[in-house]
Design a protein around this ligand. Structure first.
Ligand code: PGA
Length: 248
């Protein structure tokens, strides 16, 4: 049984003072829900959020990690640094990181494996551009992202990974994929995982949709069979909106 999982992606928003204000409000709203929730926040907010969410069931995620254990990598953060402060999740391969920070399937793969080794659950993002969708390349493109991003990941580790399908053209644009488009690709992703691994382990993987998810469209997205959750950017910045999505 896959438990619905809604994660917020704060991107480069919220100072610690702003994170505190959010947490105070959100912790009061969240109690009693049976949907899993997490906030993926800037590094500077993580320690505070782990403390603020302790005992609530709300998870905390980072948005990036380096794939080496340690070293002369100015400005980078290691998986040990994240796990020591109690971080549960880490987004990898977000399209913004692929576009602006040269993240590739190869570095995504190294990060996924490092996170698994250190006990942090990767939220691995995949998704096509509008040109790829229009030219019909979308399936091949996403399949390659999955094959290369998961290369060398053992079958037993697969259920620990969350896959987020985020069509690039739907991120921050207000243009959501239709529930049918989202369901179609999430089903394709699950079938690809079945081909690479097997039905049993692929069945356990949480597949999220991301791209302009908001309270008004959360229900129809979450009602799709192959969509187990959402990765929410803009609408995760307000506790009330994020809670409305969790309550889909
Ligand atoms: P959005 O962002 O909800 O603001 O479209 C989603 C994401 O980038 O994860």
């Amino acid at each position: 049984m896959r438990i619905p999982f809604i994660a917020g992606n704060w991107k480069m928003y919220k100072t610690q003072a702003e994170a505190e204000a959010f947490a105070n409000e959100f912790v009061k709203l969240y109690s009693g829900t049976d949907v899993r929730a997490a906030i993926c926040a800037p590094f500077t907010d993580l320690r505070y959020l782990v403390d603020a969410f302790r005992g609530t069931g709300i998870g905390v995620g980072a948005q990036n990690v380096h794939y080496e254990d340690e070293g002369a990598f100015t400005g980078e953060i290691s998986a040990d640094m994240l796990s020591e402060i109690g971080v549960d999740f880490c987004i990898v391969g977000h399209s913004e990181r692929r576009q602006y920070f040269a993240e590739t399937n190869e570095t995504v793969n190294l990060k996924v494996k490092k996170l698994l080794e250190k006990g942090i659950a990767p939220i691995m993002c995949v998704g096509e551009s509008l040109e790829q969708r229009d030219s019909g390349e979308l399936y091949d493109f996403v399949r390659t992202q999955l094959e290369e991003g998961l290369a060398g990941v053992e079958k037993d580790d697969l259920p620990k990974i969350v896959i987020a399908y985020e069509p690039i053209w739907a991120i921050g644009t207000g243009r959501t994929a239709t529930p049918e488009q989202a369901e179609d690709m999430c089903a394709f992703i699950r079938n690809t995982l079945i081909e690479i691994y097997d039905e049993e382990s692929a069945d356990e993987v949480i597949i999220q949709y991301g791209g302009s998810v908001k309270p008004a469209n959360a229900t129809e997205i979450m009602n799709q069979v192959e969509i187990d959750g959402a990765l929410v950017g803009g609408a995760s910045l307000k506790a009330e909106d994020f809670m409305a999505i969790i309550d889909f």
